[in-house]
Write a protein that binds this ligand. Structure first.
Ligand code: SF4
Length: 496
């Protein structure tokens, strides 16, 4: 490795902030142990045992790795169906009948890394690079919240000195500063989740103080060997341990709401990646008593300049469905995000598997919302999307299935994060807040953004949810109704 590259790595990677989280000099992903757990699981898919595991999941208990491994090898269609039904039942128990919506804001396509599957790779000369200015970031926020009605944004940054912690904090301020007048009230971004490169503890403190929701870093693959093949060793991302320990640093920096993910399809052994995710979740539970708030399950899609991303993948839709089901069953309290990378059909199928969050009206080209782009251009985005639905189309599709879309951002603003939200989720209490806040925020969105035709389709859903609240919480119902009526009168951002 040449000296300038080594100097960059030494500057960006704090070695002692990796090794302090190791045990006996090793990180917590033991590839051989995971392989042995998978082998054992493969031999242990007796239906009676699988049903015992499902009962444990339904009690909202985190599964043991051996139990997850067994679920990953179930092939019997009837048993798979039981798994899916249990996954869906858990979702309703923990999160009620709602899908939270958000949209990603891609802020920069500059990146110093050379990941082999990514259109933003520094090795890709075809990518048109751009980093938004603060004014452009505000324009994006204005379009996202003013045109579409989004309240939650996932801010996405590549890894580059231009987009370090100070820049991230400044951009969060810019997004939060936007407030747009609507038909009957106003709209603003109320929660920003951040998807960024691993940071040091000091940098994570800067981001934390800017008021983030969830901090996401995806490991991409937990398999050490595959990781090394995909991420050149002379890049910052080539350091497996720096990435793997980022959430430990996040907790030490005061961030208690974190999201994990892998890039399915990067390697053939998708079961290994599910095991990696649940091992990571269990490690965080061990470390601070708080598991991840969300799992994301992005799948590799075509990307400009990438031999890996543009090769045929062995990871099928059925594998995807199986992986999502097992994740829901294995860590029952964790939110599950399926993004617009996938087709509308597959995302709709995942609604029956207990997913909790979906993006819509998604643009992943830099500045795409404010420019009102409607076509995808391979050389202006990280990968290609599969679900082009607008937020309104998705909300209507969900309403037709009786599902309410939630814009709730109450959790972190009410202090329901970290250990507090874990307890609330595990005991089913959070589902009550989910239900009520879904109704309040849905009302806002319908009044401010929906067409008369959409209102007609969505109105029965809100009435169904209000009725359920009245029947389940009769004593509390008048309080809900009081806030609901204030929203109907034009007040905004009321929540419990
Ligand atoms: S995956 Fe992330 S780190 Fe890797 S090249 Fe793409 S933007 Fe950079």
């Amino acid at each position: 490795m040449d000296t300038s590259k080594q100097n960059l790595l030494d500057k960006m990677i704090k070695r002692d902030e990796i090794t302090r989280y190791y045990t006996n000099g090793r990180d917590f992903i033991d590839d051989e142990l995971i392989m042995r757990q998978l082998e054992a699981g493969k031999k242990n898919t007796d239906p009676a045992r699988i049903r015992d595991i499902l009962a444990k999941s339904l009690a909202v208990e985190t599964l043991e790795p051996e139990e997850t491994a067994a679920l990953l090898y179930v092939t019997d269609p009837e048993l798979r169906k039981e798994m899916e039904e249990t996954a869906n039942a858990i979702k309703h128990k923990v999160y009620d009948n709602r899908i939270v919506t958000f949209a990603p804001m891609y802020i920069s396509s500059h990146c110093i890394n050379r990941c082999r599957y990514c259109g933003f790779s520094a090795d890709n000369p075809n990518q048109k690079r751009r980093c938004l200015t603060m004014d452009e970031i505000k324009a994006e926020a204005e379009a996202m919240t003013g045109i579409h009605g989004h309240k939650r944004v996932m801010a996405v940054y590549g890894e580059h000195p231009m987009t370090g912690a100070e820049f991230i904090a400044e951009s969060l301020d810019a997004i939060y500063s936007v407030n747009v007048k609507t038909r009957h009230g106003n709209s603003n971004v109320r929660r920003i989740n951040v998807n960024a490169a691993p940071l040091s503890i000091d940098d994570l403190k800067i981001v934390q103080q800017a008021g983030i929701g969830t901090f996401q870093v995806f490991q991409e693959t937990y398999n050490h060997k595959v990781y090394a093949q995909m991420h050149p060793a002379d890049t910052v991302k080539g350091d497996y341990g720096w990435r793997l320990t980022c959430m430990h640093r996040a907790f030490d920096a005061g961030i208690d709401d974190v999201g994990l993910g892998v890039l399915f399809g990067l390697q053939p052994d998708w079961r290994f990646e599910v095991m990696g995710l649940i091992t990571h979740a269990r490690e965080l539970e061990r470390f601070v008593g708080i598991g991840p708030h969300t799992f994301s399950v992005p799948r590799m899609h075509a990307a400009s300049g990438s031999d890996v991303a543009n090769s045929p993948s062995t990871f099928t839709d059925d594998n995807f469905i199986h992986a999502v089901t097992v994740l829901r069953l294995s860590v029952p309290y964790t939110g599950l995000i399926v993004t617009a990378r996938e087709t509308a059909e597959l995302r709709d199928r995942c609604l029956d598997l207990g997913i909790t969050q979906m993006d819509a009206s998604t643009r992943i080209d830099i500045g795409g919302y404010s420019q009102r782009n409607t076509t995808q251009k391979m050389d202006e985005q990280q990968f290609m999307l599969g679900d082009p639905r607008t937020l309104e189309q998705m909300i209507v599709d969900l309403a037709r299935k009786g599902i309410i879309t939630s814009f709730c951002t109450a959790g972190y603003r009410c202090g329901r994060t970290g250990g507090c939200i874990m307890d609330a989720l595990k005991t089913g209490k959070e589902g009550t807040f989910c239900k009520i806040n879904a109704v309040l925020t849905y009302r806002e969105w319908l009044d401010d953004f929906a067409s008369p035709e959409s209102v007609k389709i969505c109105e029965p859903v809100i009435q169904q949810e209000l009725k359920a609240i009245e029947e389940t919480y009769p004593l509390f119902y008048p309080n809900v109704l009081e806030r609901y009526n204030r929203i109907c009168a034009g007040e905004r951002d009321l929540y419990f």
